[in-house]
Structures are given as structure tokens and as C-alpha cells.
Design a protein around this ligand. Structure first.
Ligand code: HEM
Length: 501
């Protein structure tokens, strides 16, 4: 009995301390928000699709809200003006990253780029990666790879459907993910794991298995992650995370040791000593690029195609433009894109309505600051709800309507200069791959539209297609899109244009 009472004393003391801290924190004027419960904060009433939940709360509490994950404060902004304050005016003070345990684990506590805090290391690796992969010259040099991968996708869809006797229904995501993975592995380390028959070699199988299993690894729940006195339980999740990290390290090292070092990996290794890059950092950058450049590409096109199915009028206008500018005698190539404003507008509209990372990546305050009269204490995670900003009727007329024509009324930049549309973020942590991605996704959609007409599967009405998202940092469609491709060009235009580099 005495022992039991002794065990209770520190627990009660800890609870009082936490409650005291919370009341002290409330003395500063934080943004409004739903009432947090003791210990768990707002985790108790947080819905699985966070960006939609924050959007609903913003309708009630206003465009800047406080949301407590346990004892961790998040501030979520949902207006274009506030996004500008966060990403431009306070860019530097909000340039750190909040890392959850799995990110801390996979990146050796932020020695990479995406999850690194802002500082000399970050500035150095961002500059190196930019020179190695993302200058206009590099992006132009990667053009043949994009054209190869996109024509390969068209050939696969065509072949798979030619072999089927009935009206062919495909799961589009499979083809989109293949393009994204082949593209990013080729530009990052000069390798394509799929052979001409579409089979993976052993290294390719390991690569795919690492990528696919990253989503299914058991991670600490939000309560364990954010309630301080439960955080010790996180270590139970370390063994699977560490095993996965070992696999990622082994794979990256194997690539780094190969004779034929290429592209980013080659560039990083050749300036390793000059810039004092550790092996952990090179491995971190390697996986940063793969992870950032994979899902985002497939997600963009899957949503765009879902919207097209629901709006046959837009498919028709897209076909009209392609037929007029390119015709039926040759394939669209990347140089054509500048002459296809309607196609470009479809991509912008898809990224407006369905940003692949609806809350961008979490920024973190490296100092106390004040936004709109509210205190943002140092250490707060700050999220920009890009998805909500796209639904603000004050800046987008009929915001819920899929209408590419809205971009004909004015030329809107989507790479971080116009705070009404921020699929790639903005400011010093803006997406490094924005230009490369726009080229790739526009080319993908251009080919899909030029080569095929598209219909929902028999018996499915376009308006019945589920537009629900999965929970998580990236927002895949919850139900992978099933779709019927109907070829519309001569058969010789469905061949892959192979480039060997
Ligand atoms: C449609 C495709 C893509 C979208 C919508 C997208 C979106 C984003 C967003 C919202 C961020 C966070 C910005 C912020 O925190 O302020 C980001 C960061 C990043 N993206 Fe992308 N991305 C895409 C494709 C790519 C590709 C293809 C690559 C590389 C090959 C890439 C590399 C990165 C990197 C390295 C960062 C971290 C930048 C930093 O922390 O400084 N992204 N991306």
C-alpha cells in the first residue's frame, strides 16, 4: 500500500506540472481554436483527414487556429493573407521542421534536407542538390528521360488493353506510380529497374519493397507521440523503424558503391570532401528525392483524371486543343507544352483543388513571434492549409467547381509566388522539384489525353466516383481510380521512345 502511494506521488506531481504549464501557456494570447482536453489536447476530436477537419474548425474559429496534439501546439493558417505572412514575412523564423519519431529515425534527426532545421547545413545541402538536379539546364537535360517514361506508360496501357477481349478497365495508379518511380530513380541515380518486359531485377525488387513497406511500418500513435509521459512507449516502435532504416542505408550504400555512379549520387560523392558531407547526409538526400518525387506525381494525375471523368466537357476541350495544335500524326513532345494553354490550366486546376500535400510539410518556429496579434511561441508547428485556401470564395469564384478556364482570366503562378495557390509551398522551404514536376505531370496528362478518350467503367456514373482522400501527409484518392481507356490515334503512335541514360 505504501509502495503504491509512493508510485502515485510522482504521477500526480507530473499531471499538476503539465496542467500548470498549460495554464501558463494560455496566459499568452494564442490563436483561438477548439477547446483542448487535459493531456490529449485536441487529439480526441481530430478527424482522420486533418486538412478537412482544420478547414471545418477554421470556418468556426477563423483563419488562424490553435490545435493541440497532446502538449504540442500547432497553429494552422487557412487564408491567403496569412499564408503570405507565414511563408514570406516570417519565412526565416518559421523555416525549421517539426519531425515526428519516424522522420527523426529515418533521417538521423534531420541530417538530410527535407527534415533538416534551417541553418548552415540546410543551406549547404539545398545549394548542392539544386546544382546537381534542379537548374534549368539540368531539367532540360532530363527531358528525354521524361519523354521515355511517359511514352512507356502509354505503350503499357495500350498493350494491356489490346490483350483484353472485353472493354478494358485499368487501375490508373499502377501506371502513374511506375512513371514516377522510374523517373525519379533515373534522375537521382541513373537506374531504371524495370526491364523491357516490365520485370524487376533483384535490386529493383528490393527498391520497390523498401518504398512500398515504408507506409505500412507500425508507428507510434498520436497520443504516444505527443503526450510527454507516454512518449517512453515510442521506443517499442523503434525495432521495426530501425530495421527499415538499415534496409534503406544498405540499399543506398550499394548504389553508391557501384562503378557507374550517376546524377545526384555522383554529384554528391564528388563534392563530399569539399563540402564536408557525411555518409548519413548523402543517404538522407538520396531518399529525400525518392520519397518527395514519387507519390506527389502519381497523386496529381490520378486526381486530374478523376476530375476529367466527372467533366467530359473538359476532356473534349483538351482533345480539341491537342488535335488542333498537334493532330493525329505524331506524338505530343515536351516542346509542345508551351503551346497548350488549356492543358496547362487543367494541371493548375487539379493542383488547386487537390494539392498532393494539402498541409504542405510542417514548419516550426525557431523564435517567439507574433502573427495578427497572436503569440506563436518558439517550437510551435505551423501548418498552411493549402487545400482550404483553394476553397476560399473570397479569392476563388465558385471554388468547389473544377474549371480550368479560371486560369485564362489571369496568368497565375503556382510555384510559390502567388499565395492563393500553393501546391509547392513558398519561401525558402519551397519544393525543390516544382519545375521538374510541372514538366512531368503536364507531359503525362498531355499524352493520356492525346492517346485516349476516357470513360468510367460500365455501370459507374461519373458523379458516383468517390472523391475521398486517405489520411496522411500525402492525399491519395481513397479508392484507386478505375477507368476505361479508348485509343484514338493510329497504332504506331503507342510505342515507347527509349532513351538510354
Ligand atoms: C506534383 C509534385 C510535387 C508537389 C505537389 C510537391 C510539393 C511539395 C511541398 C508542398 C513541399 C513543402 C514546402 C514547404 O514546406 O514549404 C515540398 C518540399 C520538397 N519537395 Fe516537393 N513536391 C512535388 C514533387 C517533388 C519532386 C519531383 C521532388 C524531387 C525530385 C521534390 C523535392 C522536394 C524537396 C527536396 C522538398 C523539401 C524542401 C525543403 O525542405 O527545403 N518534390 N514539395
Amino acid at each position: 500500500m505504501v509502495l503504491l502511494s509512493l508510485a502515485f506521488v510522482p504521477t500526480i506531481f507530473l499531471i499538476i506540472l503539465l496542467l500548470y504549464r498549460r495554464t501558463q501557456e494560455h496566459k499568452v494570447k494564442l490563436p483561438p481554436g477548439p477547446r483542448p482536453w487535459p493531456i490529449v489536447g485536441n487529439i480526441y476530436n481530430l478527424k482522420p483527414i486533418h486538412f478537412k477537419c482544420f478547414y471545418e474548425w477554421a470556418q468556426f474559429y477563423g483563419p488562424i487556429i490553435s490545435v493541440w496534439f497532446g502538449s504540442d501546439l500547432n497553429v494552422v493558417v487557412s487564408s491567403s493573407d496569412l499564408a503570405k505572412k507565414v511563408l514570406k514575412q516570417h519565412d526565416q523564423e518559421l523555416a525549421n521542421r517539426h519531425r515526428i519519431r519516424s522522420q527523426t529515425n529515418f533521417t538521423n534527426d534531420g541530417v538530410d534536407l527535407t527534415w533538416a532545421d534551417y541553418g548552415p547545413h540546410y543551406v549547404k545541402v539545398r545549394k548542392i542538390c539544386n546544382l546537381a538536379l534542379f537548374t534549368s539546364k539540368k531539367i532540360e537535360a532530363q527531358r528525354p528521360i521524361r519523354e521515355d517514361e511517359v511514352t512507356s506508360m502509354i505503350e503499357s496501357i495500350y498493350k494491356d488493353c489490346s490483350n483484353s477481349s472485353e472493354k478494358c478497365v485499368i487501375t490508373l495508379r499502377k501506371y502513374l506510380v511506375e512513371v514516377a518511380i522510374n523517373h525519379i530513380s533515373r534522375v537521382t541515380f541513373g537506374k531504371r529497374f524495370l526491364n523491357l518486359e516490365g520485370e524487376l531485377d533483384e535490386q529493383g525488387r528490393e527498391f520497390m519493397s523498401i518504398i512500398l513497406s515504408v507506409r505500412s511500418i507500425k508507428r507510434p500513435s498520436m497520443v504516444v507521440e505527443h503526450v510527454p509521459w507516454l512518449r517512453w512507449m515510442s521506443r517499442f516502435y523503434d525495432p521495426p523503424l530501425n530495421d527499415h532504416k538499415d534496409r534503406m542505408d544498405r540499399f543506398a550504400k550499394e548504389i553508391m558503391e557501384e562503378e557507374d555512379k550517376q546524377h545526384l549520387v555522383h554529384a554528391l560523392l564528388s563534392c563530399k570532401d569539399e563540402y564536408g558531407l557525411s555518409e548519413e547526409t548523402i543517404i538522407g538526400l538520396f531518399w529525400d528525392m525518392i520519397m518527395a518525387g514519387m507519390d506527389t506525381i502519381a497523386i496529381t494525375i490520378e486526381w486530374a483524371m478523376a476530375e476529367l471523368l466527372r467533366h467530359p466537357r473538359v476532356i473534349q476541350k483538351g482533345h480539341d486543343e491537342l488535335d488542333h495544335i498537334i493532330g493525329h500524326e505524331r506524338n505530343i513532345v515536351e516542346k509542345d507544352l508551351e503551346n497548350l494553354p488549356y492543358l496547362q490550366s487543367i494541371i493548375k486546376e487539379a493542383l488547386r483543388m487537390h494539392p498532393p500535400t494539402p498541409l504542405m510539410l510542417p514548419h516550426k518556429a525557431n523564435a517567439n513571434l507574433n502573427i495578427e496579434g497572436y503569440e506563436i511561441p518558439k517550437g510551435t508547428s505551423v501548418l498552411v492549409n493549402v487545400w482550404a485556401i483553394a476553397r476560399d470564395p473570397d479569392i476563388w469564384p465558385n471554388p468547389h467547381e473544377f474549371k480550368p478556364e479560371r486560369f485564362f482570366e489571369e496568368d497565375v503562378d503556382i510555384t510559390g509566388h502567388d499565395f492563393r495557390i500553393l501546391p509547392f509551398g513558398a519561401g525558402r522551404r519551397v519544393c525543390m522539384g516544382a519545375k521538374m514536376s510541372i514538366s512531368l505531370v503536364t507531359l503525362m496528362l498531355g499524352h493520356l489525353l492525346q492517346h485516349f478518350d476516357w470513360r468510367p467503367p460500365n455501370g459507374v456514373k461519373a458523379e458516383e466516383i468517390s472523391m475521398a482522400e486517405i489520411p496522411g501527409v500525402v492525399s491519395y484518392m481513397a479508392t484507386p481510380l478505375q477507368i476505361v481507356p479508348l485509343p484514338r490515334l493510329p497504332s504506331h503512335l503507342y510505342k515507347r521512345i527509349i532513351v538510354d541514360h
